[in-house]
Design a protein around this ligand. Structure first.
Ligand code: AMP
Ligand code: ZN
Length: 304
């Protein structure tokens, strides 16, 4: 039996050999080959089909967010180790000369960089909450978002990238409609992965909150059953990888961004997120590196 490290390495080597992923020299940062992209595109279309009658509003955001909104969202407080901020050069001619000298000598030039107004988004749904500030219509709102996301978690596991895509549906409404939305997607997500013959297990989950207090937050999140994940073995059977997440945030974002229900109460929110690269990797892991040789039922479902 291969240990997790060797199995990650072997899987990555195969993905690269089949031109599915293109290494950059930095762990977790890859280019994507045509077939890898095609699988993601086809799966993305399946999600659109599943949600076709929901009437979600499609919005598209770049993978950067307003730093003020990011700070307010609580992400830095909970996950400082994953956050990515954008810095740039604000210097004069003197500092420019210093920068050139650092580059020439191969020295650290980070002191010549200062914070900008933007951060790299950590989840596709983050720009939604500040945008939805105000009063929701009767019945709440539903959004459909798709974005590259950044998390600083360099790893040799091809399923743990620093830059990856998330397709999300986000509901804003009451506690009841949020939980119902979350549960509906849990069922839809399972059905979809089962139809693609990807072995899955569903479980209560928690987010990787930082530090001593973080353990408490994570166990509260589990106890309250706020987060569920669908997992599949990609590079380990003992520790399967989460391919989809189903989150009920209670009034966290509603109160931070003053999102109110038509009744005036603070809104509750929930999101469903599919990790697109992980879905593709689970398909390559389960069915092999050549989509043309995948089972007919899977190819038909994906229209491949
Ligand atoms: P989360 O907000 O952590 O629940 O992430 C939402 C989804 O994004 C997860 O279910 C994964 O499928 C995917 N995801 C999270 N982190 C990574 C990562 N480092 N690399 C690739 N996909 C990820
Ligand atoms: Zn989300």
């Amino acid at each position: 039996m291969m240990d997790a490290k060797s199995s990650q390495k072997a899987f990555l080597e195969q993905l690269v050999a089949h031109r599915l992923l293109i290494p950059s020299g930095v762990p977790g940062l890859f280019g994507r080959g045509r077939l890898f992209e095609e699988v993601i595109e086809r799966f993305n279309r399946l999600l659109t089909d599943v949600a076709a009658d929901d009437g979600a509003e499609v919005v598209q955001f770049p993978p950067l967010v307003n730093r003020k909104h990011y700070e307010k969202s609580g992400f830095l407080k909970s996950f400082p180790h994953l956050a990515g901020s954008v810095f740039s050069f604000y210097g004069d001619q003197g500092e420019y000369m210093e920068l050139l000298s650092c580059l020439e000598k191969g020295e650290d030039w980070s002191r010549l960089q200062h914070m900008t107004e933007v951060m790299l988004t950590a989840a596709a749904c983050y720009p939604i909450y500040p945008m939805a500030s105000g009063t929701l219509p009767e019945g709440g709102r539903l959004f459909d978002v798709y974005s590259y996301c950044f998390r600083h978690e360099p790893s040799d596991d091809p399923a743990r990238m620093q830059v990856f895509r998330m397709r999300e549906f986000v509901h804003l409404g009451t506690p009841e409609t949020s939980v119902a939305f979350r549960n509906r997607w849990l069922e839809r997500g399972s059905d979809l992965l089962k139809a693609l013959a990807v072995p899955i297990s569903a479980d209560v989950a928690s987010d990787p909150f930082f530090g001593r207090g973080g353990k408490m937050l994570a166990s509260n999140q589990r106890e309250q059953r706020l987060k569920f994940e669908l997992r599949t073995p990609i590079t380990s059977t003992e520790e399967p990888t989460a391919v989809m997440s189903f989150n009920y945030h209670q009034d966290h974002f509603g109160s931070l961004f003053d999102i109110r229900r038509a009744s005036g109460e603070i809104a509750h929110t929930a999101c469903f997120g599919a990790g697109m690269e992980r879905v593709a990797l689970s398909l390559f892991k389960t069915h092999g590196f050549v989509p043309a040789a995948w089972p007919a039922s899977v190819r038909t479902k994906l229209c491949l």
